[in-house]
Design a protein around this ligand. Sequence first.
Ligand code: FES
Length: 168
Amino acid sequence: MHVKPNHTFEPKIVAFVCTWCTYAGADLAGTARLQYPANTRVVKFPCTGRIDPVFILRAFQKGADGVLVSGCHPGDCHYMAGNFHARRRFAAFRALLDFIGVDLQRLQFSWVSAAEGGKWVEVATELTERVRALGPMREFKELEAQEQWSGAIDSPELQEAYEAVGNI
Ligand code: FES
């Protein structure tokens, strides 16, 4: 599907990265004076295995338009298998996001090592441009509206009605 670019919109991107590889790679990009979009807010963790999918949901709820999760390449995790756990968890989590109506193009998982400043720039730029073309994240606003609606189902008035029906 062709997505009309929205050049006036600057997306907010949150990048959850492991401190040993991707954070060091992003740092290298900075010291090498490589340019990448200022839209990216980097949050570091000891390992991608520590990044709970709930953090991603919270980032979207708090206004992120795109989320990047990045860590050490397979076999390079400083905690042995943290990135393998993360990869499995995010495969399942993506299916859940898809189910609740979030465009999966807004979420990216990548491997960037401490020596890959250039790859960091590519990944951050690509995600920012893709999300800029998609426009602001609206899915959660729609979900919030649905939640309000489902909250109405549990309203005291309706509970009373259910009980009344149950007593007939
Ligand atoms: S330490 Fe980098 S992914 Fe585990």
